[in-house]
Design a protein around this ligand. Structure first.
Ligand SMILES: *Cc1c(COP(=O)(O)O)cnc(C)c1O
Length: 377
């Protein structure tokens, strides 16, 4: 980390206050491992907040995606359609299973999977005789994807949808929480997300058996027997009861965190909206976004890297947009459907400091320097 005192972070952890009560109780009671009362408590709270029927708390969002793909039946040699504009953790678990990602381009309104490109990709891959085992659909930066259109296409072709809502906990589409539209939804509680358990994730579904099976596989797939008996390959993916305690405290303040992040977006927009050529992402009427990160598209001739480095001089952390998967060396030989919109966004976009615990002075400082750098005088 580039840590210097006084640094303004992109997205930092922000405790609500009650986390330490839950975590301390776990330590006092010796429930410090992967069993204990915070785990069912946290899972219950996740269901309450998202209206999911069932949830399992896991060691990371990546683990949740890996289990989700396995639960919907992804097998070696299968293809999985996946948003190209995302963090690599959306796609890596496809490789873990010996399957192969097919990347699908974004549409300009939400930067998420383009329904037209999805249909084209499905049609093309079916024509090649491929088995399409799942769709990994990402809600980038907290903005819900065009779920109505995307789910209709998935249903038409009978392909199960996994919603990667790692960045979008609490965001809503048509009044419903994201993560609850697909067969499976996943969340991340990594340190940079809107709430954190220090590191962790969760898998949610309407399907009780699916969630129970995921829980079974996440704890080394131990068959019921007095000795360790195994008939399936499992994983060590369970969340710890201490982390779950932190999660319970964090969920208590989730709505507050969403409001704070939305307020930060509005502040930036109000303070910088007049700058010629600087673009903010509008919230479609059907959506309510958690505004995990405020992103902007920069006016020419500025580049994300020039602005990032200039702000770094002021001890302000910013980050380029995710580099799309179809442009990653790791995935250079994988199929891709689209017009490289995400590649163009990547060349123009920047994520601004969006931590919910930013002070007014810190936000003023960011705005002051962005104005200095971007305003034409
Ligand atoms: C953070 C993130 C993940 C992975 O979550 P971890 O908890 O860090 O494993 C997956 N997908 C997206 C889009 C993410 O931003």
């Amino acid at each position: 980390m580039n840590y210097r005192p006084g640094r303004i972070f992109l997205s930092a952890p922000h405790m609500g206050g009650h986390e330490k009560n839950y975590a301390l109780k776990a330590i006092e009671d010796n429930w410090v491992s992967t069993t204990g009362p915070n785990l069912p408590g946290f899972e219950h709270d996740i269901c309450q907040h998202t209206n999911a029927r069932h949830a399992v708390a896991l060691s990371s969002g990546t683990a949740a995606l890996h289990l989700a793909l396995r639960m919907v039946g992804v097998k070696p040699g299968d293809e999985v359609l996946c948003s190209t504009f995302t963090f690599v953790a959306s796609a890596n678990p496809i490789l873990y299973l010996g399957a192969s990602p097919v990347f699908v381009e974004s549409e300009p309104d939400t930067w998420n999977m383009d329904p037209e490109a999805l249909r084209a990709a499905i049609t093309e891959r079916l024509r090649q005789g491929k088995r399409l085992a799942a769709i990994v659909l990402v809600h980038l930066y907290g903005m819900p994807a065009k779920l109505k259109e995307l789910m209709a296409i998935a249903d038409e072709f009978g392909i199960p949808v996994i919603e990667d809502a790692a960045e979008a906990l609490g965001s809503r589409y048509s009044g419903h929480q994201v993560g609850t539209f697909g067969k499976v939804g996943i969340f991340s509680f990594n340190g940079n997300k809107i709430i954190t358990t220090s590191g962790g994730g969760a898998l949610i579904s309407e399907d009780e058996q699916l969630v129970e099976q995921a829980r079974f596989l996440a704890t080394q797939a131990k068959d019921p027997a007095p000795y360790y008996e195994h008939s399936q390959m499992g994983y060590n993916y369970r969340m710890s009861n201490i982390s779950a305690g932190i999660g319970r405290g964090q969920l208590e303040v989730l709505e507050k965190r969403i409001k704070q992040r939305r307020d930060i977006f509005h502040f930036y927009k109000q303070q910088l909206g007049h700058i010629e050529g600087l673009e903010f992402m509008a919230e479609p009427k059907i959506c309510y976004t958690n505004r995990w990160l405020t992103t902007v598209l920069l006016p020419e001739p500025h580049t994300p890297e020039s602005i990032r480095l200039a702000l770094e001089e002021e001890n302000i952390e910013t980050r380029p947009l995710w580099k799309p998967m179809h442009l990653q060396p790791l995935f250079q030989h994988h199929p891709y459907m689209g017009n490289n919109l995400s590649g163009k966004l990547f060349e123009r976009g920047l994520c601004l400091p969006s931590s919910s615990n930013l002070t007014e002075e810190e936000l003023d400082k960011v705005v002051k320097h962005l104005r200095r750098l971007l305003e034409v005088v």
